[in-house]
Each structure stands twice: as structure tokens, then as C-alpha cells.
Design a protein around this ligand. Structure first.
Ligand code: FAD
Length: 349
């Protein structure tokens, strides 16, 4: 038998790591370069819904993540500026675990399976973007321009009495989601339009002020009285949710290929799905059954087919959610949520 051709993955987030695990489970020779180190906190709602959970099961990771403290979310409640929904059942349960734990666990698993992991090692895309055997999973690159005026923020708090497994608050200038993760901690994560006044506050104040800016009045006090775990605070500025035009011939997965607005709670699932799509064509290349350009073309076309409608719908929906005015669509949506949400959920997954 001919030896496997080697694969290098640039980026060790959930997309790169799950691809690495999937390829090692098929004995492909893989090395992964990660610019940062593990464990580390990341701006993320830490809520995996839709097909992502099934992929975690198919990779054999579910039990270990539940043992690491992952929590199932089964209900949600939405808050608009002037309306509150009932507690509603999620169409399918979601898995909630901090990225601090999840990425570190997946990195260990990759190494246990024989993958070679290099941390604090940045790959240079200008050199190798088209190089054979290189897969790019660098995530969303921050936009340099301030015209993409979104800030993503996250922190964990304790002693916040959640009213449902997931609370979603849609304010006038952003949104924030709260869900329970391991050890009874509550992840508070959202998007907020940049605001010069809030940017001058200390990190701890900024994070809670950003969250409070989108929260319903009735829940603010509970957040103010909760305890913020300082080491978990992180944020990222200059976020854009425009997808850059990607040639299907590139070996790009996860956010680097396709981004979906975060309120859907589906970006991690899409990173896992794109990694799952990539495994077979890359395996076929590694075993000499496909050329690299054909393998890239195949995976690109499959990802486009799988994600196109979902992303278009989510972008439209995010635009509606961020529109204000006398007929505030957030309030209208929340009023009709009990009959509309199963469709919204399905269309964004
Ligand atoms: C505010 C907010 C809330 C969100 N909430 C949710 C949610 O609740 N549920 C959900 O499913 N999704 C959510 N998402 C989206 C989710 O975080 C992403 O879709 C997901 O992390 C994408 O995974 P990825 O592997 O493609 O990229 P990432 O997880 O971003 O990983 C990319 C990795 O590449 C590394 N890297 C970057 N450059 C280089 C380089 N040159 N060389 C080597 N390594 C490099 C980075 O250090 C990083 O570790 C949210 C996003 C935001 C902004």
C-alpha cells in the first residue's frame, strides 16, 4: 500500500480540530498549526444546536463532553424591547459547554489519535493558500475597517437566575444570549454596535454594560447582582458578517469559508459540518484516489449546497432584527413567536 500523503491544517478552532480528529480516525497523517494555545476563552455563545451535536456523536466525543460538564439546553425565552415570550421548547436540544473546555478537549483527543499539534504557530496564508495538502480553518478574520461596527463580547457569571435554558434578548443596538455551561456558570455573550462612550470603560464594566444595553429591563438587576468571572472576559471588535467571495476550489472550512450571524447559534455546527464534508475528499486525496484540485472543488461545492439557503435566510433575519422604527419587528416577531419559531429554527439549520 502507498503511504498516505500528509495534510496540514491551519487553525485549531472547532472546525480545524474536528477535521483533524476525523482524518486521524481514518489514519491520515495530519499536522495542525494553531496560532494560540489551549485552554483559552473565546467570544462564543457556547451553544451547539442543529446537526453539530450529531457530528459530535459521530466523532465519538459526546460522552466525554458531557463528562466535562456540558449541559443540555431544552427551553428558551425571548425578550424584545417591549415584549417577552413564554418559555418555549427548543425544537431539538442543544449542547452547552465553554470553548475553554471544548477546544482543549478536542485538541487532546487529536493528539491522542496520533495528530501532530503545534500551538503558538501561525501559518502564513500568503505563502501557502493554494499549496497542496493545506486546509485553512483560521476562522473569521477581524475586518480592519471600523465601518463593520460590531463588537462581540462574552463573559461567564455566577448566581444569575436563568428564566429558561437559553435567554435571548434583542435590544435596539444589539443582542445578548445567556445559557448555562459547565459548573453552573452562565455564559453571557452578544453582539453590540460600537459605541465610543462604552469603549472607554474598564474591560469588566464594558462587558456587562454591553450586555445590559441589549437586556430587557426586567432582567437587568439580576445581571448587575451576578458575579462576573474576570478571567473569562473577552471581546472582539470590527466584526463583519459579510461572506467574502470564495472560490469553491479553495480548501477552506468553518468560518473562514462561510459565516452565519451568531444569533442563530449555528456557526459551530457549520464548522463541524464543513469539516465532516471535507473528510472524505481529503481522505481520497491522501490515498491517491483524487487530485488536490478535484478534492477541493468537491468539498467546496458540497459546502455551498449545504449552507447557501441557511446563510441567506439568517442574514435577512439578522437585518430585520436590527431594524428599529415604529413597527419594531423584534416585538412583532416575539408576539408571533409560538407559531413562527419552529420554521425560523429549521430555516437557519
Ligand atoms: C458573538 C458571537 C457569538 C457566537 N455564538 C455562537 C453560538 O452560540 N453557537 C454557535 O454555534 N456559534 C456561535 N458563534 C460562531 C462560532 O464561534 C464560530 O462559527 C466558530 O467558532 C467557527 O469555528 P472555526 O473553527 O471556523 O473558527 P474558530 O473557532 O474561530 O477557530 C479559528 C482558529 O484559527 C486560529 N488561527 C487564526 N489565524 C491563524 C493562523 N494564521 N495560523 C494558525 N492558526 C490561526 C485561531 O487562533 C483559532 O483558534 C458565535 C460567534 C460570535 C462572534
Amino acid at each position: 500500500m502507498k503511504p498516505f500523503k500528509p495534510i496540514t491544517i491551519a487553525g485549531g478552532g472547532i472546525g480545524g480540530l474536528s477535521l483533524g480528529i476525523g482524518l486521524r480516525q481514518r489514519s491520515v497523517d495530519v499536522q495542525l498549526h494553531e496560532a494560540g494555545a489551549y485552554p483559552r476563552h473565546r467570544v462564543c455563545g457556547e451553544f451547539i444546536s442543529g446537526k453539530g451535536w450529531q457530528i459530535i456523536q459521530s466523532l465519538g466525543l459526546e460522552k466525554a463532553l458531557l463528562d466535562a460538564g456540558a449541559v443540555e439546553a431544552r427551553t428558551f425565552k425571548c425578550y424584545g424591547p417591549d415584549r417577552i415570550s413564554q418559555v418555549l421548547p427548543l425544537p431539538s436540544p442543544a449542547l452547552c459547554l465553554s470553548r475553554f473546555r471544548m477546544d482543549a478537549y478536542m485538541a487532546d483527543e487529536f493528539v491522542k489519535l496520533g495528530g501532530k499539534l503545534f500551538t503558538q504557530k501561525s501559518a502564513d496564508p500568503s505563502m501557502r493558500d493554494q499549496a497542496e495538502g493545506w486546509v485553512w480553518a483560521k476562522g473569521r478574520q477581524p475586518a480592519s475597517s471600523r465601518k463593520y461596527g460590531w463588537i462581540g463580547f462574552k463573559c461567564h457569571v455566577t448566581a444569575y437566575p436563568l428564566q429558561a435554558d437559553l435567554e435571548m434578548h434583542f435590544g435596539n443596538d444589539g443582542y445578548v444570549g445567556l445559557c448555562r455551561v459547565e459548573h453552573d456558570k452562565i455564559n453571557v455573550c452578544g453582539l453590540k454596535r460600537m459605541d465610543e462612550k462604552l469603549e472607554t470603560l474598564t474591560p469588566q464594566k464594558r462587558c456587562t454594560q454591553w450586555a445590559l444595553a441589549s437586556m430587557h429591563e426586567s432582567r437587568k438587576r439580576d445581571l448587575q447582582e451576578s458575579t462576573v468571572l474576570e478571567e473569562t472576559i473577552c471581546y472582539t471588535a470590527g466584526l463583519s458578517y459579510r461572506n467574502q467571495a470564495t472560490s469553491s476550489a479553495k480548501a477552506w472550512i468553518g468560518d473562514q469559508r462561510t459565516r452565519i450571524p451568531p444569533f442563530t447559534g449555528n456557526g459551530m455546527s457549520m464548522a463541524l459540518e464543513s469539516a465532516q464534508i471535507a473528510v472524505e475528499p481529503i481522505h481520497a486525496y491522501a490515498t491517491g484516489n483524487l487530485t488536490w484540485p478535484i478534492a477541493c472543488q468537491k468539498m467546496g461545492l458540497m459546502m455551498r449546497k449545504q449552507f447557501r439557503a441557511r446563510v441567506a435566510f439568517a442574514n435577512l433575519f439578522q437585518h430585520i432584527l436590527m431594524t428599529d422604527g415604529p413597527l419594531n419587528p423584534k416585538n412583532v416577531l416575539i408576539k408571533h413567536l409560538p407559531w413562527i419559531y419552529p420554521h425560523l429554527y429549521r430555516w437557519t439549520r
